[in-house]
Ligand binder design. Structure first.
Ligand SMILES: [Zn+2]
Length: 143
């Protein structure tokens, strides 16, 4: 985890009033170490390697707090458990419908998505997500 990211995380905790507990830190470290976009279950198994006494419920609770204060982003694809992403900057992730691989889509910009939606609706927009699905090259080749 980079120093800038760690400073940002500490700042978000400070402002939220939540405490950066060792459990929450362990969950963040697991997210930072895992490639791709782990589910709560994946995070639990990673945290468990270092802290065998951790409970799945604790991991869910920590993920909820981290999402609430904007340190991680929850992604919801069809036919998949919720996945978590430490990269909360504007970026797109694509998920293969067949093998489940998730990868980032570089070069697509939609920083203004929320602004555009705000301009188009009288709603107070609090969250806007884009879900992208398809077939990865390997699965596409299989036909
Ligand atoms: Zn695939």
């Amino acid at each position: 985890m980079g120093a800038t990211l760690e400073r940002d995380i500490r700042e978000r905790f400070r402002r939220s009033g939540y405490t950066l507990t060792s459990q929450r830190k362990a969950v963040l470290e697991a997210l930072g170490e895992s490639r791709g976009h782990p589910s709560a279950e994946d995070v639990y198994l990673l945290v468990k390697q270092k802290n065998p006494r951790v409970a799945l419920g604790t991991v869910y609770q920590a993920l909820g707090v981290l999402e609430e204060i904007g340190v991680i982003e929850a992604k919801h694809w069809s036919e998949s458990p919720t996945r978590y992403d430490l990269n909360v900057g504007p970026h797109l992730d694509i998920r293969c419908l067949r093998c489940g691989e998730v990868s980032e889509v570089p070069g697509v910009h939609f920083e203004n998505l929320e602004d555009s939606i705000r301009a188009a609706t009288p709603y107070e927009v609090t969250r806007a997500t884009v879900v992208v699905e398809g077939l990865c090259p390997a699965c596409h080749a299989e036909g």
